[in-house]
Design a binder for this molecule. Structure first.
Ligand code: HEM
Length: 431
């Protein structure tokens, strides 16, 4: 046990503070915090910090919660969780499509692995990690106004993690100190906790060093940043292509209000992650693209999104990509060719003129209010019939059930849907 300046015994919290004084000072001096003070920190660095911390908090909070060590249980309280706050903040930044800083993610994963191991081998040392993160709430409260100023954030938007405990912060810190100082430890255990805290400070330094300045080759886009549910499919590495594909998705989303009305915010996220995926297709040969696009069109149509949507999304995407990087236009033209293939297969059942006429009649039948609110829906209904005639089994059943729900639409609308379906069926049979 360490003694204080006058030979008195230090409490556990005093010992932790003394032992980590230097690493704390080293952290504060990192370029990350200097850039923050100068309002020069990029958003990637801030969001990257939230993402890395959510990896660490996720594993640590789970380990503390399920620890069988009584001392750990006596210090940890469920209301100390920070993961929900981090997730709330990350949700706020989600629409901005912020690139991942790969080296920071890797450093956080390394820490998470270490925590997992400790939770099995020496669970009481998790209290060293908890000390660093609880203590960092004190620093966060000081830094919060600076982050708010640097990124023009107000209220809790993107700032709730930094504002953990709000005005109770000092009371909570005192209570936490008391719980820590009350536990019984052997000298060896105490030493291990102090070492764990020191080691964690050093590992945290690696995260902040990776976050600023960011090495250019460490910036990457992971599809989960666009849509956490999208799994593992690729997205472009070039920021211009990511931006263009997301803009294309938003244009498509606006052109067909049906997607929002039916699938809500989740539909928007999938439109965006699919668009980013489509933007990677130009690297394949035309046969490969055609196969992928046809496969995707069948999946989407059988889930209520007729092929017309994908066709138009590809056309809009081409225009956006070609505008963003004109020299790659010949590559992007492959997307246009894939769209033309989808268009051709629909034309075999319903021509452009017939589709147009069905769409116009539908709008007239539902009236100006509904045709504006749900623009381009008549064309989608007719296109679903063409898909079904082309062999996509559930294309009509799926969209029809939703479109004819009387709790959602007035009777004129339902009548217009039925008429459009009947006429499209007749046209399809004649082709
Ligand atoms: C420029 C960045 C930072 C500033 C300005 C800062 C500032 C502060 C301040 C003002 C305190 C309260 C000191 C006291 O009341 O005695 C504190 C405590 C603490 N900070 Fe920081 N901090 C920063 C970064 C960090 C980081 C990144 C971590 C850890 C990941 C951290 C961990 C701690 C810990 C563990 C304590 C508790 C010390 C104790 O035992 O009293 N700090 N910090």
């Amino acid at each position: 046990m360490k003694l204080g300046l006058y030979g008195q015994q230090l409490t556990l919290m005093e010992e932790l503070k003394a032992a980590t004084f230097l690493p704390h000072a080293r952290l504060q001096a990192l370029p990350f915090f200097q850039a923050l003070m100068a309002c020069q920190l990029p958003l990637e660095s801030y969001v990257g910090h939230l993402r890395s911390l959510s990896i660490v908090h996720g594993i640590l909070e789970q380990a503390l919660e399920s620890s069988s060590d009584d001392r750990v249980a006596s210090v940890w309280k469920d209301d100390m969780r920070k993961l929900p706050l981090l997730q709330y903040d990350l949700g706020f930044f989600e629409p901005r499509i912020v690139a991942d800083v790969k080296d920071a993610v890797d450093a956080a994963i390394k820490i998470a692995e270490r925590i997992r191991l400790r939770s099995i081998q020496e669970p009481v040392t998790l209290l060293g990690y908890l000390y660093v993160l609880e203590g960092s709430t004190l620093g966060a409260a000081v830094l919060r106004p600076q982050f708010a100023r640097a990124f023009l954030l107000t209220g809790t938007d993107g700032l709730s993690y930094l504002g953990s405990y709000g005005t109770e912060i000092h009371v909570r810190w005192k209570q936490y100190q008391q719980r820590m100082n009350a536990i019984q430890l052997s000298l060896e255990e105490r030493e291990q906790i102090v070492q764990a805290a020191g080691g964690f400070f050093t590992q945290t330094q690696a995260i902040f060093q990776a976050l600023y300045p960011v090495k250019p080759d460490s910036m990457t886009y992971h599809v989960t940043s666009i849509n956490p549910e999208a799994g593992r499919h690729p997205v472009p590495a070039d920021t211009r292509e990511v931006k263009a594909s997301l803009h294309a998705a938003d244009l498509c989303w606006q052109r067909f209000p049906y997607i929002e009305a039916r699938y809500g915010e989740r539909g928007r996220r999938f439109t965006r992650s699919d668009s980013a995926w489509l933007a990677t297709f130009h690297q394949f040969d035309p046969v490969g693209i055609s196969l992928q696009v046809r496969w995707l069109s069948r999946i989407l149509s059988s889930r209520g999104m007729p092929t017309l949507l994908l066709q138009e999304q590809l056309e809009i995407l081409f225009a956006e990509l070609a505008c963003a990087i004109p020299e790659k236009r010949p590559d992007y033209e492959k997307l246009l060719a894939a769209a033309a293939e989808l268009r051709e297969s629909r034309r075999m059942r319903i021509s452009d003129e017939q589709l147009e006429a069905l769409a116009t009649d539908f709008d007239r039948a539902v009236g100006p209010e509904w045709s504006e609110r749900m623009a381009n829906t008549g064309a989608l209904i007719a296109a679903a019939v063409a898909d079904e005639k082309g062999g996509i089994a559930d294309a009509v059943v799926n969209i029809k059930a939703w479109m004819m729900d009387a709790s959602r639409f007035p009777s004129e609308w339902i009548q217009a849907v039925q008429t459009t379906l009947d006429r499209a069926q007749q046209i399809g049979e004649l082709q």
